[in-house]
Design a protein around this ligand. Structure first.
Ligand SMILES: Cc1cc2nc3c(=O)[nH]c(=O)nc-3n(C[C@H](O)[C@H](O)[C@H](O)COP(=O)(O)OP(=O)(O)OC[C@H]3O[C@@H](n4cnc5c(N)ncnc54)[C@H](O)[C@@H]3O)c2cc1C
Ligand code: FES
Length: 279
């Protein structure tokens, strides 16, 4: 197996938190730089890849790289505090140390999207793995057809990347919805797949990229398939518990597929016949 950009396959590279920006009450955007300039200079990633982030003495967990490959200065990760490791990471402040192992996983085949329109459908923190791809594509706007982003969260306070959602309107149709509004919310209320229906965005098949809570992914992929979209052009990215991240421990298996190396990005065609919808 080849070495990772961060060096040894199993040993994380030392990195430092440059900035921590709250996204919601339990979700934070981290901007992180490698301590060693040689590691920083040798690191490059593609849209959809992830890294294993570690806190010494606590543990390691997989997190999508949410910065665009065009951003060479540092890496960004958007992390929700849900358990032991993510809570430790989300408590780290500017200047704190953490380990980074990566980049890992198979990215989106962005070269095959060239010249085509793309429908992005996302919910909650599921926007994090799609954000680099959206920024990458919008930076090369002329190379793609119609781009739409439909994004939702449980409530207005659970929406991530709110400033970018406004900025993306320059190059894409961006629609935002929440499951439950509040007195501050004047926008759409309803579930993401239902909003896609209402907007009529499944009428013209193109490339679809879907990521969000498992139930949202299941419903949206089902509706895209029912609407006749080519399963080879419908993409998602799966989350599974992982250990090694490099195809050795079998912790992440979905049927015969290793989510860490065969994925996390899969087309609907590749998922056919696999128990991917089971937790
Ligand atoms: C490829 C990939 C990319 C990911 N990207 C992000 C990201 O960008 N931001 C982010 O916040 N999280 C991301 N995750 C999920 C993140 O890895 C888990 O939240 C983390 O491993 C939880 O570890 P913990 O020790 O904090 O929690 P634990 O104490 O281990 O678990 C807490 C809760 O989270 C659930 N959980 C744990 N690991 C996973 C997992 N891998 N998938 C789904 N549920 C899990 C458990 O069932 C439990 O309910 C990603 C996971 C994968 C596989
Ligand atoms: S996490 Fe070890 S094989 Fe995938």
């Amino acid at each position: 197996m080849s070495r990772l950009a961060t060096g040894d396959t199993y040993r994380p590279a030392a990195a430092k938190v440059l900035a921590r920006t709250p996204q919601t009450a339990d979700t934070f955007l981290y901007r992180v730089a490698f301590a060693d300039e040689a590691v920083a200079g040798g690191f490059s990633h593609a849209c959809g890849q992830f890294a294993e982030l570690s806190v010494e003495g606590v543990g390691e967990c997989p997190v999508s790289i949410t910065s665009s490959p065009d951003d060479k200065g540092a890496l960004e990760f958007c992390i929700r505090a849900v358990g032991e490791v993510t809570r430790e990471i989300c408590a780290l402040d500017e200047g704190a140390a953490l380990g980074v192992r990566g980049p890992l996983g198979r990215p989106f085949p962005v070269e095959t999207f060239q010249g085509k329109g793309i429908l992005f459908v996302s919910g909650g923190i599921g926007l994090a793995p799609l954000r680099p791809l959206i920024n990458y594509v919008l930076r090369r706007r002329a190379s793609f057809g119609a781009i739409d982003v439909v994004y939702g969260a449980r409530s207005p306070l659970d929406l991530c990347f709110t400033e970018e959602l406004v900025r993306w309107k320059d190059g894409a149709g961006v629609r935002v919805t929440v499951d439950r509004g509040d007195e501050s919310w004047a926008g759409h209320v309803g579930l993401v797949p239902d909003y896609v229906d209402e907007l009529g965005l499944r009428k013209e098949p193109r490339v679809a990229v879907v990521c969000g809570p498992p139930i949202m992914i299941r419903i949206e992929l089902g509706r895209l398939a029912a609407a006749g979209w080519d399963p080879g052009e419908v993409w998602t990215t799966l989350e599974r518990r992982m250990r090694c991240g490099v195809g050795k421990c079998a912790r992440c298996l979905v049927g015969p597929k290793y989510v860490c190396t065969d994925g996390p990005v899969f087309s609907l065609r590749e998922l056919e016949g696999l128990p991917w919808a089971e937790e």
